[in-house]
Design a protein. Structure first.
Length: 403
């Protein structure tokens, strides 16, 4: 089936420095021009909320890309094999089984049992912040809290966490839309190292199981089917990465947003019951994951165009979250916004497994931060991180003055 064309759609360039620094004015122009933009080769970009929300759940789009697609982005190294195996890039029926087995180990019940432990961990982090007065919300809170939590869930020994974190950071480069040669090599090295580490840790769990996520993955079963050793290793690596990277970005962007909008910080101080709403607004206002890639499996009609199977569709989460057709005054940070049906955790069968964990961590952290420090102000300019797959900051300096 041929694509039906009208006038030439505008081009969406994900590598544009201006777009990476502040994409939201460009998103507004794209939405005004129409529901579709041109992306890279054989790629279309969907920009409006209603379309993105529906397509996240549409069975005519898949997440399991051909091997050639990953090779084009990453080459022939271990990172390509890793991406093809993880749950993020699997479709039915493999995804269904993998989701059930992984989800049974990573369910909300296990996460909620950690709530009190997360509160104690936040208490320790903020006690250290109290002594120092000036901290970086990224390195002192955003990195530490979610890494410690996901390590606890997986059962990774405390002595190994500093060695694992930089490898996980390098692994994140594999998820970028454009991966240079140096980043390819770093991602490949990270996959090899993390696989070897998790392989050894799983061997220990087989000899001596515990109540951690790795032990649960080893015994998880669905209609008599269990995860293969390779699936456990690569998806444990992925869960470690996904379990901290999104939350790190959420803490970074949320902290920056409050420092840039002191009126909203003051409102939360007066009305702390709005903090859960604020977490949702941080996710909407500056989503850590700005887009999701899908592969057209069946002919798909969007507005006046029919997209053929084999085309790649980029679902712009960041643009959808700022669509004036869905959100009133979308460019304004409103920590009382409720309801807030943002799309930052995706949708359909690929809805984020770690959403519950991210919400608990962020809610506990911002609640304690706001209650303990009556003065929270910038200690320097926030610095955007312009490389990588996530929209985040490399530094958010904060000055904290206790009561």
């Amino acid at each position: 089936m041929r694509e039906v064309r009208s006038e030439l759609a505008p081009r969406f360039d994900t590598s544009s420095p201006a777009l990476r620094e502040n994409p939201y004015p460009a998103y507004a122009r794209f939405r005004a021009a129409g529901p579709l933009c041109r992306g890279g080769p054989a790629q279309w970009v969907v920009t409006r909320y209603a379309d993105v929300a529906n397509l996240l759940k549409d069975h005519r789009l898949g997440s399991q890309f051909p091997e050639e697609y990953h090779r084009f982005s990453l080459g022939d190294g271990p990172a390509t094999e890793f991406l093809r195996r993880v749950i993020l890039h699997r479709d039915r029926p493999d995804h269904t089984v993998l989701r059930r087995l992984t989800g049974s180990a990573f369910g909300p019940g296990l996460v909620r049992t950690m709530h009190e432990w997360i509160e104690r961990l936040v208490d320790d982090l903020l006690a250290d912040a109290r002594e120092r007065a000036e901290i970086d919300a990224v390195t002192d809170l955003g990195y530490l809290l979610p890494v410690l939590v996901i390590c606890e869930l997986l059962g990774i020994p405390a002595d190994d966490r500093d060695a694992i974190r930089p490898r996980a950071f390098d692994l994140g480069k594999a998820f970028s839309t454009s991966v240079g040669a140096a980043d390819r090599a770093a991602a490949d090295d990270a996959v090899v190292w993390l696989r070897d580490y998790l392989d050894n840790l799983l061997a220990q769990r087989r000899r001596s199981p515990g109540d951690d996520l790795l032990s649960r993955m080893l015994t998880a079963e669905d209609d008599g089917r269990r995860l293969t050793h390779e699936d456990i290793v690569d998806n444990a690596v992925f869960l470690f990465f996904a379990g901290f990277e999104t939350t790190t970005s959420l803490i970074a962007t949320g902290s920056a947003a409050l420092l840039q909008h002191p009126d909203q910080l003051a409102l939360l101080r007066r009305q702390p019951t709005h903090i859960p709403h604020a977490i949702e607004e941080f996710l909407r206002y500056d989503a850590p994951i700005q887009s999701r890639l899908r592969l057209v499996l069946e002919p798909l009609r969007i507005a006046d165009r029919t997209l053929r199977p084999g085309r790649v569709v980029l679902l712009s989460i960041g643009s959808a979250n700022h669509d004036e057709r869905q959100f009133s005054d979308p460019e304004r940070l409103d920590v009382t916004r409720n309801p807030n049906p943002h799309l930052s955790f995706g949708g359909g069968i690929h809805y984020c497994l770690g959403a519950t964990l991210a919400r608990i961590e962020a809610t506990v952290l911002f609640t304690e931060l706001i209650q303990r420090f009556p003065t929270i102000e910038p200690a320097g300019p926030a610095v955007r991180q312009l490389d990588g797959a996530f929209r985040t900051y490399s530094a958010v300096p904060m000055r904290l003055l206790p009561r």
